[in-house]
Design a protein. Structure first.
Length: 306
């Protein structure tokens, strides 16, 4: 009996995504499968987006999201764009409504191939982010790393986009900081009982910034859509930017841009950017054992030969 399902390796600005089709099944992608897939260079990923049959009326699918360490994630904007592209190619539709643990997300593929995802309303209350301490003003909290009299990073803006984020504002190139060293310490800081996504943000104009993110449960990532949303919203909240911001993801190769619009009319955050298909295959959701489709192996071999 074949226990495998179809899956695709995709990316959103380099953010490695596995889209797994679990429709018509009652099981889930297991943490063991996620860890096994991440251990293989061919399938190493930042998030798995597992598409399940809808749980609520008026939605097209339930999306289960896993990090590369096998833990659950509440939100993944780059991954959601990949799901939209995959389903649009399959169905010919352009608009979708998804249900996740973070709530309902509406998404649309545009004529130019970019995809907009309504990420919902940001959350600023300290106990809903959540934080371990009561902070009345989460635009700036007391948290730093490095010497007390000369901290390397300090006073982040914190919020939730369905998952917790801490935005540290920096004055120089975000790539000049050793985020691989600071990231794990900050992700697991006692201030964040559910851990947090850690982002460095350098504001370049009233409508632009550059970011780099250490992603909760995934580590250094080429891009993080919810972090771009959190950085843009935090920029507007602190008076550093307006409500529409072009966020340049410095670590993406090549560097990519997400347009984030924190709409004044309904407080929703809309993220617009690209998605890209790489290859497809079949995977066992219990073990992570996979095969690549023959045509994509041939395409990959041809690309290497060229």
């Amino acid at each position: 009996m074949d226990t495998t399902v179809e899956f695709a390796r995709m990316n959103g600005l380099g953010n490695a995504i596995l889209v797994v089709d679990m429709r018509g099944r009652s099981d889930t992608v297991t943490p063991d499968a996620a860890i096994a897939l991440n251990a293989d260079p061919q399938t190493r990923f930042d998030q798995i987006m597992a598409i399940h049959d809808p749980k609520a009326s008026g939605t097209d699918a339930w999306i289960d999201i896993l990090n590369s360490d096998g833990t659950k994630a509440q939100a993944c904007g780059n991954g959601t764009r990949c799901v939209v592209q995959a389903l649009a190619a399959e169905t010919g539709r352009k608009t979708f409504t998804f249900h996740t643990v973070a709530g309902v997300l509406n998404a649309e593929e545009h004529a130019d191939g970019t995809i907009s995802v309504d990420m919902g309303k940001p959350v600023f209350d300290w106990n809903r982010i959540p934080l371990a301490e009561d902070f009345h003003d989460t635009r700036r909290i007391e948290l730093q790393i490095g010497p007390i009299d000369d901290p390397v990073l300090h006073s982040p803006s914190v919020m939730s986009m369905g998952n917790p984020h801490a935005i540290f504002w920096v004055d120089r190139d975000v790539m000049s900081y050793d985020l691989a060293r600071f990231g794990p310490l900050l992700e697991n800081h006692p201030m964040f009982p559910e851990r947090a996504n850690i982002t460095l943000a350098q504001v370049t104009s009233q409508s632009g910034m550059t970011t780099r993110t250490w992603e909760r449960g995934a580590g250094l990532t080429l891009a993080c859509g919810s972090a771009a949303c959190a950085a843009a919203v935090s920029g507007a909240r602190t008076g550093r930017t307006g409500r529409t911001v072009a966020v340049t993801v410095a670590s993406a190769v090549p560097a990519g841009v997400l347009t984030i619009d924190w709409r004044e009319r309904d407080d929703h955050v809309v993220m617009t950017g690209p998605a890209a298909w790489e290859w497809s295959g079949r995977v066992d959701p219990a073990t992570g054992a996979f095969t690549r489709d023959p045509d994509t192996r041939a395409q990959a071999a041809g690309a290497t030969a060229e």
